[in-house]
Design a binder for this molecule. Structure first.
Ligand code: GAP
Length: 439
């Protein structure tokens, strides 16, 4: 059954709340706008998205190493990076109703979307998106610090540390996953644009003359990552930025866009940042940030290709892409057809009934399986309803222990998408699941 695009958004938001993917933050206090908490199932999906990114960007490569840099950072970093001056959005207020908007996101530059007033906007002011706070007990300008608005700068400021300790040489990359903060004027569309979010970024340092080649390479590599994790081809596109869209540091940028219910929007940006950041930090800090080949005597400032993705935004896109409704025996089945590597739980262990004689063997099966995979265990309600619940959170395999298990020492394994069932001896269960749940 086709899910109508307009309804998909509400259905996924509703599912997120109902099944424990995402909750409104501070809900018991009426909710804190634009911040979200990831529930028991959502935290697993988000971890899996990040884990798959880390596997492909770090674990499977000898040319990329990881980093986990601090979130609090001194103004000097943001002055050198250009964020203090350039990381702004144009802000306008409606004189009639007081609502605030990002001018560049207004559909009609003269009409207020809140109250409908015409020509009621103030002149645009540049509004800096960084969150500022104070370190230590004294609140004065000397104690001002910023919450990072991107993870990237930690990779530039640690360039020499990583070069000296990892024994890498260009082309090589530094990858990081972590929280970033932006005081967005118009957050919205659920977790798509929030003020606190997670990024997955990699800075790839290359010889200057190779930068165009590596830019193309990373555009393709990143596109393949989404496809390989099961995202539909027609949900994705690569969009080349026009010259007037480029960030202050970029020579070329392409966005990987996803077809969200409201239209195409950005999932990830791949930018050629040239030697901008290393030069800026070298100038501001007085430290040389360059590569020096002791063998050939060659010395240069590498150029940087940066694939920068949002983890929280990507998790939401995978949810939307995987959501399906099917008619089964006259009833609608909601199913998240997530690639099993992203599924929150890989296996659900379900005793057919709550009767005591089934509980002990079920716990034994659970103990057998849970060292290998994230498992859910559920012994209440009719088995059909429990299957539907697992379908709706994307669990690829349900293992049912029934009264026959007591005789034949075998269990029923049901696969989510086909709903096909196999009878599998308990002794062969790990092998059966291992051959299907490849990491
Ligand atoms: N270092 C480059 C950089 O930060 P960006 O395009 O501003 O580039 C990269 O951010 C990715 O981070 C975006 O493609 C998006 O997925 C995610 N992102 C950015 N702002 C976000 C926000 N307010 N809420 C959720 N995700 C966001």
């Amino acid at each position: 059954m086709d899910v109508n695009k307009e309804e998909l958004f509400d259905k996924v938001v509703n599912l997120s709340k109902r099944r424990g993917f995402v909750f409104q933050s501070a809900e018991i206090y009426g909710g804190f706008r634009s911040t979200y908490d990831y529930g028991p199932v959502g935290v697993l999906l988000l971890r899996n998205v990040k884990e798959q990114w880390w596997r492909s960007m770090v674990q499977f490569r000898q040319d990329v190493v990881g980093l986990d840099a601090a979130i609090l950072s001194p103004p000097a970093i943001w002055e050198a990076s250009g964020h203090l001056t350039n990381f702004t959005d144009p802000l306008v207020d409606c004189r009639e109703c007081g609502s605030r908007f990002r001018q560049d996101k207004l559909e009609d530059q003269n009409k207020c979307p809140s109250c409908g007033a015409n020509s009621s906007f103030t002149e645009a002011r540049q509004f800096n998106l960084m969150f500022k706070t104070n370190a230590g007990p004294v609140i004065d300008s000397a104690a001002e610090v910023y919450l990072r608005p991107e993870t990237a700068q930690g990779m530039f400021t640690n360039f020499t540390n990583v070069l000296n300790t990892s024994r890498k040489k260009p082309p090589f990359g530094i990858a990081q996953i972590g929280k970033s903060f932006r005081n967005e004027i118009t957050p919205g569309n659920f977790v798509f644009r929030t003020r606190e979010f997670e990024q997955m970024e990699m800075e790839y340092f290359v010889p200057p003359s190779d930068s165009d080649k590596w830019f193309e390479y990373w555009c393709k590599e990143r596109m393949d990552w989404y496809l390989n994790l099961g995202m539909r081809e027609d949900s994705l596109r690569l969009r080349v930025h026009d010259k007037d869209e480029l960030s202050h540091y970029s020579r070329a940028t392409s966005d990987i866009e996803f077809s969200f219910p409201w239209g195409w929007d950005e999932l990830e940006g791949i930018a050629n940042r040239t030697d901008y950041d290393l030069n800026q930090h070298a100038k501001a800090s007085g430290n040389r940030l360059e590569y020096n080949d002791s063998g050939s005597g060659e010395r240069y400032v590498p150029h940087v290709i940066e694939p920068a993705a949002g983890a929280t935004r990507t998790a939401m896109a995978f949810l939307m892409d995987a959501y399906e409704e099917e008619e089964v025996n006259g009833e609608v089945r909601n199913v998240l057809k997530l690639d099993h590597r992203l599924s929150p739980y890989k296996v659900a262990v379900l005793p057919l009934s709550k009767k005591d004689e089934l509980i002990e063997p079920s716990k034994e099966v659970l103990n057998l399986v849970q060292p290998h995979w994230m498992c859910d265990y559920d012994q209440t309600q009719a088995i059909g309803r429990r299957y539907r619940r697992q379908d709706e959170i994307g669990t690829p395999y349900c293992v049912t222990i029934d009264f026959e298990t007591l005789e034949d020492k075998a269990v029923t394994v049901r696969e989510r998408d086909s709903m096909h069932q196999d009878r599998v001896p308990v002794l062969e269960l790990i092998e059966y699941l291992s051959s299907r749940l490849v990491p």
